[in-house]
Design a protein around this ligand. Structure first.
Ligand code: CAO
Length: 445
């Protein structure tokens, strides 16, 4: 016997009235459990809402362009009674579970009586194991159905990917808000066919482990920001040959100047931290070594030099890492940069950065100086070709003029794309940076 059930917009965090940018099903469609129904888009991310059960769409309550909030009804679905009963036993969905709000909490099955067990919904299928056999070069990796269902792509792109056997969860989207296009799927398949690795494709898979066999576990979905930044970081890591050059800058004099300028900065509503000096010093180094202000064209054979100086900086937010960009940093003075750093960091932490705030960067800085540590290897924000990692300064004994003197030393770590930049250039770049911070030439107003 069939039963009609409502599918509602699941918990989407603090967002209200979120745009529906795609409706992937129509009335009368037969759907499987996990079939994506609609795509929602916030200013941070886009996500598909999958159906929590299989059945037939009886009525659709939402169209593209609508705005929805948690609890709004998306559709009513005619569900076979057996299927409807089975729903309660589903494991927690990893992402944005489109679960009915009245769904019973899971019970401790060990405490149930045998007769109650008869009523139990059929157990969920065990999680699909990832193919452990490594695909041969030129062979498409198997489709991970759960992740495929979550990929941000239109129904026609999904169909196209299925026809080609391409796992959408491995394809990086170049469309608006990282939406996967037909061309992205084609490029992915082409890369694999040519023996390339793509965004994870063709790489040996990490073996799947049933952690629950070894003790208690808890599953939590990645934050939206991590879902977006993860594939980008991965793409950079697997596509760019990274090398990290380390150096130290003596910022004893710079720190005195910074302390002296702090009240003036505060009077302008800005907090003057070492990062503002670093941005100015990086601009000077980018002008001196233009290769660092370039990007490799997609043909892999041409360098594109940028005549502007837009510097990104990593901000650690609750949801994950974001990289807002200070535009035309060469045309701003130290206090203007300090003020903009404050404004953009604040916007980032409140989740209010727009896509525009995070676009157009030429070079990035990842500063862990406020936290601690010595050196690290930052991952390049591709298609940029280098990133500067900054650690915490500390007072160290430095041998000068026959004796040890206390100096404030700032550790620098520059990761660079070795296809574009040679080790010697990287060493020159970091030396130039250190010397600029030491002399402060061109940094103060
Ligand atoms: N050495 C010593 N002290 C430092 C320092 C350094 N390199 N950098 C900052 N500080 C000090 C600041 O001066 C400030 O102290 P005072 O108030 O006494 O002046 C304190 O640390 C806090 O600084 P801040 O965090 O308010 O400001 P910031 O400009 O240094 O950093 C921001 C801003 C947004 C970059 C930072 O808050 C942040 O999010 N950092 C993390 C970035 C990250 O996660 N990177 C890893 C990416 S993975 O590659």
């Amino acid at each position: 016997m069939a039963e009609t059930k409502e599918v509602k917009v699941p918990d989407i965090g603090d967002f209200e009235k979120v745009d529906v940018i795609d409706v992937m099903v129509g009335e009368g469609d037969s759907i499987d459990k996990e079939t994506p129904l609609i795509t929602l888009e916030t200013d941070k991310a886009a996500m598909d809402v999958p159906s929590p059960f299989a059945g037939k769409i009886k009525s659709l309550k939402i169209s593209t362009g609508d705005k929805v909030s948690q609890g709004d009804v998306i559709a009513t679905v005619e569900v076979e009674a057996a299927e409807a009963k089975g729903e309660g036993a589903e494991p927690e969905a990893e992402e944005a579970p489109a679960k009915e709000e009245k769904a019973e909490p899971k019970q401790d099955q060990a405490k149930q009586k045998p007769e109650e067990k008869k009523q139990e919904p059929k157990p969920a299928a065990p999680p699909q194991k990832r193919e452990e056999r490594h695909p041969a070069p030129g062979e498409l990796p198997p489709i991970d159905e759960a992740s495929f269902g979550q990929a941000h792509a239109s129904p026609s792109v999904r169909k196209f990917a299925r026809e080609l056997g391409a796992d959408l969860s491995r394809v990086e989207g170049s469309g608006r808000k990282n939406r996967i296009t037909h061309d992205d799927v084609k490029a992915f398949v082409k890369r694999i066919m040519q023996g390339g690795s793509g965004a994870g494709g063709g790489l040996p898979a990490v073996p799947a482990v049933d952690f629950a066999k070894f003790g208690e576990i808890e599953r939590k979905p990645l934050s939206r920001i991590k879902k977006i930044s993860g594939p980008r970081v991965h793409a950079s890591w697997v596509n760019l040959p990274h090398v990290t050059q380390h150096d130290d800058a003596d910022i004893t004099a710079m720190e005195s100047v910074r302390q002296a300028l702090k009240p003036e900065a505060e009077a302008h509503g800005a907090k003057l931290t070492p990062l503002a000096f670093l941005i100015k010093a990086c601009v000077a180094a980018l002008k001196e070594y233009p290769d660092f202000n370039s990007s490799l064209d997609t043909d892999g054979e041409t360098l594109i030099y940028k005549k502007y100086f837009h510097v990104g900086f990593a901000v650690d937010t609750e949801g994950g890492l974001v990289v807002p960009v200070i535009r035309d940093a060469d045309q701003k003075n130290l206090l203007e940069i300090a003020a903009e750093l404050g404004e953009l960091s604040d916007k980032a932490r409140k989740g209010k950065l727009t896509a525009n705030d995070m676009q157009g960067g030429c070079f990035s800085i990842s500063s862990l100086g406020s936290i601690g540590g010595t050196y690290f290897t930052p991952i390049i924000n591709a298609p940029e070709v280098a990133i500067l990692g900054v650690s915490r300064s500390s007072v160290k004994p430095v041998f000068q003029n026959g004796q040890f003197v206390p100096r404030t030393i700032l550790p620098l770590s520059l990761s660079y794309d070795h296809r574009v930049i040679d080790g010697a250039s990287a060493a020159r770049f970091t030396r130039f940076l250190a010397e600029t911070l030491e002399s402060m030439k061109g940094l103060i107003f």
